[in-house]
Design a protein around this ligand. Structure first.
Ligand code: ZN
Length: 298
């Protein structure tokens, strides 16, 4: 999935461009040499006579990058530190992580952010930020967990990291991570945020994240149709555009087609009697947020 290749010939992402006189064989030799130098971080292969190269940072490098991204992004966030609210979201987060069919390569930490926009987002390195507006708008816990599961999907599949690598150029990113230049990763993180690259997910990213959330809900005994009703609520409220939905679905709002895909995916799950849509703990936390003045004024 992550063998999204930068092709050679053409512009070589690793080291500028080659002249027209450069033969394919020489290009191959050159890139293979670079690949060998950078192994094991680089993946190189020849497919159908086309040499491709990819680079994805190691989990440790993603964490290092994530620290810098968090440092930048958190400048604009107001954290909720009320233990009842934060512990609730972290408990749901632990349920998501432990019931996901796939593990993340980085540790995941959930934070609550004071913001009335219905939103949550994940950044490289594993931080997931949950808006109070999302908690407030969730009709039951299955709906809320469906979004946490979706965001965890972005962490598992390293979508933010992948977008950063693609935007920067795999070779250039490789050099930053392998280089000794002081502040290189921090500069990269700041640039990615300024360009809005990290959360600019593709439609296939969104579908992939959805596809992780559904079995996660099911495994945790939440009714996966919570995802459908949450999407429908958003669609009814905002229409099939991203307006007002924030970065949660900025690029790919929950369209009828996407909702239908979720429905179909749910239909393939074996029948299970114990699938719940609990409300009690959520109502308690919503009331707590109200008490603390963290909810939108009606
Ligand atoms: Zn998403």
């Amino acid at each position: 999935m992550y063998d999204i290749a930068v092709q050679v010939p053409g512009r070589n992402p690793l080291r500028g461009s080659y002249g027209a006189a450069c033969t394919t064989a020489r290009r191959v030799a050159r890139v293979l040499t670079l690949c060998l130098l950078f192994l094991p971080a680089a993946g190189c292969q020849v497919l159908d006579g086309v040499l491709t190269s990819t680079f994805m940072p190691s989990p440790e490098q993603e964490i290092e990058f994530g620290v810098e991204v968090a440092r930048e992004i958190e400048k604009g966030l107001v954290f909720v530190d009320d233990p009842e609210v934060v512990e609730y979201i972290r408990r749901l987060g632990r349920i998501v992580v432990s019931n996901s069919p796939q593990d993340a390569v980085v540790p995941t930490t959930f934070y609550v952010v004071q913001n009335g926009e219905i939103n949550a987002f994940a950044i490289p390195g594993g931080n997931i930020y949950v808006h109070t507006g999302l908690i407030e708008a969730s009709a039951d816990e299955a709906e809320l967990v469906s979004v946490l599961g979706h965001e965890f999907g972005h962490v598992v599949y390293r979508h933010g990291m992948e977008h950063a690598a693609r935007a920067q150029g795999y070779g250039a990113m490789q050099q930053i991570f392998l280089g000794q230049e002081a502040g290189g990763i921090a500069t990269l993180a700041a640039g990615m945020i300024t360009q809005g690259v990290l959360l600019n997910y593709s439609r296939s990213d969104e579908l992939e994240a959805d596809s992780l959330a559904i079995p996660t809900l099911y495994s945790a005994n939440y009714d996966p149709s919570g995802m459908v009703t949450f999407f429908e609520t958003l669609k009814d409220r905002y229409g099939e555009t991203s307006g007002g939905v924030g970065t949660l679905f900025a690029s790919h709002p929950p369209t009828s087609d996407r909702i239908e895909r979720v429905r179909q995916s749910i239909a393939t799950l074996p029948p299970k009697d114990e699938l719940y849509r609990p409300v009690n703990d959520l109502r308690r936390v919503q009331a707590r947020m109200d008490q603390l003045g963290l909810t939108a004024d009606e």
